[in-house]
Design a protein around this ligand. Structure first.
Ligand SMILES: [Zn+2]
Length: 249
């Protein structure tokens, strides 16, 4: 698969989700809309970004929730490549972007095109350079990553690939990432994971099916609780404190 194939696949997936070929997307919300998919968030340490397992009709995508939110977005787009365009039934993916086996590099390139469509990136850069021809500044980088909701590593990977910045400039741009964004008035949400207590979670098909099986009396209360607790869903089994003061707005 060459770059053009990967771009066409990225556009194909955008079409499937009802998205255009230009706008930034909320990848987590798109993934939640896939009917038979179970999503697991789990801190996987320093080396892995995620995995995709599709040994039956009910695939599972797991994301390393210890990574920054921006990096998790990139990882989800990478795993969607494995889900839709890769024949392997199990993929275990490294955190380092653009490295490893050919299929891993392709999944990264796909993720980059899916989250940062080439035309949208070109327009954004043109808009930033409107006053004069110059190299991209750190403020520009922050604006671009915030717009497309991806991590610093993910945007630098792409800008090097597109010859928009030189390897020489990159080292400095990898430093003090949070500070560089907050100084320009942005929130640090994109650059941090959720608090540790919220890094274990299961969403999607497994939860929905477990609830349906319980309602139809196909599983006992004990089994129901056991499945949900092993899927980190104590909030469903025991309820949450917040529920009493639920905000509907
Ligand atoms: Zn992968």
């Amino acid at each position: 698969m060459n770059k053009m194939d990967l771009l066409l696949k990225a556009n194909d997936l955008r079409t499937r989700f009802g998205e255009d070929f230009k706008s930034p997307v909320d990848i987590m919300s798109l993934a939640h809309s896939i009917d038979n998919l179970t999503i697991v968030l789990y801190p996987m340490g320093e080396h892995l970004s995620g995995m995709c397992i599709k040994s039956n009709d009910n695939p599972v995508i797991a994301i390393n929730s210890g990574m920054s939110m921006g990096r998790q977005h990139f990882s989800m787009a990478h795993e969607l490549f494995h889900l839709y365009y890769d024949k392997s039934t199990t993929s275990i993916c490294s955190k380092k972007i653009g490295h490893g086996k050919e299929i891993e590099k392709q999944a990264d390139q796909f993720a980059s095109y899916f989250l940062i469509p080439p035309n949208a990136l070109k327009d954004k850069i043109k808009q930033l350079k409107i006053d004069r021809e110059r190299t991209l500044s750190i403020e520009d980088i922050v604006k671009i990553e915030q717009y497309f909701m991806v991590s610093r590593q993910a945007i630098l990977f792409r800008l090097i690939e597109d010859n928009e910045i030189s390897i020489h400039d990159v080292e400095e741009m990898k430093q003090n990432v949070i500070q560089s964004a907050t100084c320009f008035g942005y929130s640090d949400t994109l650059y941090k994971p959720l608090p540790e207590s919220k890094q274990y979670m299961t969403y999607g098909y497994l939860i929905k099916q477990t609830n349906e099986a319980y309602k139809s009396k196909l599983i006992s209360t004990g089994k129901y609780n056991e499945i949900l607790l092993s899927a980190f869903r104590a909030d469903i089994v025991y309820g949450t404190e917040e529920e009493e003061g639920e905000i509907v707005d």
